[in-house]
Design a protein around this ligand. Structure first.
Ligand SMILES: Cc1cc2nc3c(=O)[nH]c(=O)nc-3n(C[C@H](O)[C@H](O)[C@H](O)COP(=O)(O)OP(=O)(O)OC[C@H]3O[C@@H](n4cnc5c(N)ncnc54)[C@H](O)[C@@H]3O)c2cc1C
Length: 814
């Protein structure tokens, strides 16, 4: 007899792969019993069934590593808990490096792993061959071992999660296709199927490669695309034993695991094959695509190098199944922008088995608590953009995303596909002057400028890259003379209306009810006092506020502000970013240069720091905002786009007299770090309060109520336990990027949030949080001996409570 669909559920999960089942399991574990999972065919029939089942722990960042490590813990106990076999075993894994550069990457990873409590250590080739007897090591540079990594049976593990969810009260319906999601007042209200409708409070899109089209049903961008993904299984091979560790040879694009006495071998090719351009067939279930031995040959060739026994091994089967990948090769979690209570957990980039446990837990906590338990910006769906829903863009990028899993994870690595998407009006002018572009939020941005005769191309390395000296010169031009950078990628919103002031005042921690033309640097906080956004607000007139924020946070900042406008308020938020191009004119000679192009009085008296005026520059009337992210005298010019190139040309012409230098965004980053300016997403996140982040000067507790005020008042009444400080390395050679472990008096305490090179000081610089549960005072901070672990070497570091450059903030007020 057909099952009767309930008419109501609190949470409806779409998709019965491992991610959907994990969300259901964790929701019921957290006490949310009214959960309905709808699967169009049968559980595991999408991509889950085909997985190799590798469960690794180490990921690119601390938060993601924590989620992945939780997977190894949950899968190890799930069988006992549910009495459903999972096939999970702790086999350990080995990772080998074929090049010195890869060894640098893994040495950094090993330092990070140690700090995160994951066992990862170098082993000799002899030890490696003992663990993996068929391995050829003659061409290798290094090998590393993770004793606690595991392998699992994906189908059984998914079934165990489903059983656990049912035991907790969830209902699982197979053979029910979701055909629509209805919204009411911008929030989820029901889902429809051919068998009926279910009203609900929450929907979780766990549709795997169907996730994008499911998102389109409600106008939500879920940017993912399927690509063919493959592995072979051989007949038994002598020397292969049960429980043998996984072997990853990323330089050869491949991995191996034991499978019934033979080897399962698959990988991540540098140029992948997109799939599903014409949609996914209705009857897709446990579907295998046609074998493509040409596409597989790159794996086979490398597999024979690493494991010569593969040459004569008999292949039992080549499995080709589509899996979904995202433009930045990170999965997507969280509440979608624009639709309340519509959650997404999809785009697993072939680590869905390893990540499902953590992803399911994170989503369940998010729904039951109403917010993330911990900052998950790296995988937050709000890092995505509506334009990324473009299928051609996704198809072109997926050819590269797949390979990114195993490619060298170079610092500053830029995508090579699906470019350009967004260009500023200055793009061709910058290109003609030697710009080397990188991508943020789809924008082509000049990261550095190659001098005459040098090709503007990255040569990646873990040491100083080819642009290091050029960027250093740009950095110094801003410190000593004048530089111009294009930051048209900055995002501009207008908040307008009779209630604009009261609405924005409640959203900001700083006082923005200021006189016309005043610019306010402020954070937007959540109820827990955590920093949701970091931006400037300029009052343009009585009812108009100009909000400027970073390109990467366009979606989430717009969404955060929009959601906090009360329904009955006369206040309207508009994204006007395309209306303005932005040039930063910065450095001690900025006033002299700009004065040649304007009759406006730029003196401190007439145009003080943190104010804005609409002035003539050349033949245009931009908003000139006297703020600086690089810590020097300067103005940001917000130029109505059609006028922008004329201003650029005028600046370049007049700039010759001042040795004006074009400056790339790598230099902007090193300049801002030297000045101690924070960056949202790394140095400050939803887990940090302004007091902890050293931004207490932006908090106005006495201005009246605002979001997060109560939490800050409470924090002020007790001891502050954490604080963001700045570190500079005492050795000028080593470089900092992010996540390098920080040691205080020989004990690991935290990691670098973001690092760069302080060219003026002549050493690497980075920020990081320190914690002392008995109260974090300057004396305690300064009394410690600090070292940063770079590639396994502890480098002595100096701690700074204030910016090492211009701590009194005098340069911006020159
Ligand atoms: C060859 C291969 C090897 C892999 N190896 C590994 C590995 O070793 N380790 C690892 O971690 N990962 C691996 N993966 C990746 C892993 O399999 C996936 O990341 C994971 O299974 C994704 O799970 P999911 O739940 O997101 O998607 P799926 O398993 O595809 O589940 C989505 C479900 O949604 C259902 N659905 C879609 N639309 C609707 C609708 N309208 N209504 C109802 N239901 C709907 C589908 O039928 C499907 O069952 C591998 C993948 C492949 C192809």
């Amino acid at each position: 007899m057909a099952k009767q669909l309930p008419t109501q559920a609190q949470v409806v999960i779409i998709g019965g792969g491992i991610v959907g089942c994990s969300v259901a399991y964790h929701l019921t574990n957290l006490g949310c019993k009214d959960v309905l999972l709808l699967e169009r065919k049968v559980l595991t029939c999408g991509t889950t069934w085909a997985a190799a089942g590798l469960v690794g722990q180490l990921r690119a960042t601390r938060a993601l590593t924590k989620l992945a490590t939780y997977g190894t813990q949950l899968y190890a106990r799930l069988e006992e808990e549910t009495e459903q076999a999972t096939g999970y075993i702790t086999t350990g894994s080995i990772m080998v490096a074929r090049t010195e550069e890869r060894k640098h990457e893994y040495d950094r990873s090993a330092a990070m792993a140690r700090a995160f409590g994951i066992e990862m250590y170098p082993i000799s080739f002899e030890e490696a061959r003992k663990l993996w007897p068929l391995m050829y090591t003659g061409d290798l540079v290094a090998a590393y071992y993770f004793p606690k990594d595991g392998q699992t049976n994906p189908v059984d593990t998914c079934q165990a999660l489903a059983k656990g969810a049912r035991m907790g009260g969830a209902k699982i319906f197979e053979g029910f296709t979701v055909t629509g999601v209805t919204l009411k007042n911008g929030a989820v209200s029901s889902v429809s199927t051919e068998q009926g409708e279910v009203t609900c409070e929450y929907v979780v899109n766990c549709g795997g490669m169907w996730g994008q089209s499911l998102g389109r049903m409600v106008g939500v961008s879920v940017p993912l695309h399927a690509a063919e993904h493959m592995h072979i299984v051989t007949k038994p091979i002598e020397g292969v034993y049960k429980g043998m560790p996984t072997l990853r040879d990323m330089d050869g694009y491949i991995y191996f695991r034991e499978e019934v006495g033979g080897l399962l071998m698959g990988g991540f090719e540098p140029v992948a094959k997109p799939w599903g351009m014409k949609g996914i067939p209705e009857n897709f279930q446990f579907t295998e695509l046609n074998e493509d031995w040409d596409q597989f040959s790159i794996f086979m060739d490398n597999a024979i190098t690493r494991c010569p026994a593969m040459k004569t091994a008999e292949v039992r089967h080549l499995t080709v199944v589509p899996e979904s990948f995202t433009p930045d090769t990170a999965y997507m979690l969280g509440e979608a922008p624009g639709v309340k209570n519509y959650f997404v957990a999809a785009g697993m980039n072939s680590v869905g088995i390893a990540s499902a446990a953590g992803a399911g837990k994170a989503i369940a906590e998010w729904i039951t608590e109403g917010h993330q338990a911990e900052d998950l910006w790296d995988v937050d769906i709000q890092r995505c953009f509506s334009w990324q829903d473009n299928r051609r863009y996704l198809r072109d990028r997926v050819t590269e995303s797949v390979g990114n899993l195993y490619a060298d994870h170079w610092p500053y690595k830029q995508p090579r596909t699906a470019r350009p998407v967004r260009t500023s009006v200055f793009h061709d002018r910058l290109a003609a002057r030697g710009a080397c572009f990188g991508v943020v939020a789809g924008w082509e941005r000049a990261n550095w400028f190659a001098p005459e005769g040098v090709k503007p191309e990255y040569k990646y390395s873990w040491g100083r890259q080819n642009w290091f000296e050029y960027s250093a010169a740009e950095h110094m031009a801003v410190r000593e003379g004048v530089g111009v950078y294009d930051l048209s990628s900055m995002v501009n919103f207008l908040m307008q209306g009779r209630d604009a002031e009261s609405v924005i005042q409640r959203i900001c921690a700083n006082d923005v009810a200021v006189p016309l033309g005043k610019v306010v640097y402020t954070q937007l906080l959540n109820e827990r006092g955590g920093i949701e956004a970091d931006l400037t607000v300029t009052r343009l007139d009585e009812d108009t506020f100009f909000v400027v924020t970073a390109a990467a946070t366009e979606t989430r900042d717009f969404e955060w502000i929009r959601r906090h406008i009360p329904g009955d308020a006369h206040a309207f938020l508009t994204n006007v970013s395309s209306a303005y191009a932005m040039l930063g004119v910065m450095g001690p000679k900025a006033r002299d240069l700009l004065s040649t192009l304007t009759d406006a009085d730029l003196s401190n008296e007439a145009f003080p720091f943190a104010t804005a005026q609409q002035i003539d520059v050349g033949y245009a009337r931009p908003w000139a905002v006297r703020m600086s992210y690089v810590g020097e005298l300067g103005w940001e010019l917000y130029i109505p786009t059609p006028f922008a190139t004329s201003v650029f040309d005028a600046l370049m012409a007049e700039g010759k007299k001042f040795a004006l230098r074009l400056v790339g965004l790598h230099a902007v980053d090193s300049l801002r770090l030297e000045k101690g300016f924070r960056h949202w997403g790394s140095d400050i996140t939803t887990d940090d309060t302004p007091f902890e982040a050293g931004l207490g000067f932006c908090v106005k507790l006495d201005k009246g109520d605002f979001i997060g005020r109560d939490a800050l008042v409470k924090q002020k009444e007790s001891w502050l336990k954490r604080k963001l400080v700045i570190f500079t390395l005492e050795d000028p050679e080593p470089l900092l990027y992010h996540d390098e472990p920080i040691y205080r008096n020989g004990e690991h305490v935290s990691q670098i949030t973001h690092g760069s090179y302080a060219h003026l000081l002549g050493c690497a610089i980075g920020m990081g949080y320190l914690e002392n549960l008995e109260g974090i005072e300057a004396e305690w901070i300064l009394s410690g001996k600090y070292e940063i672990d770079v590639e396994g070497k502890l480098i002595p570091a100096k701690v700074h409570l204030k910016a090492p450059y211009d701590p009194k903030n005098e340069r911006v007020r020159m």
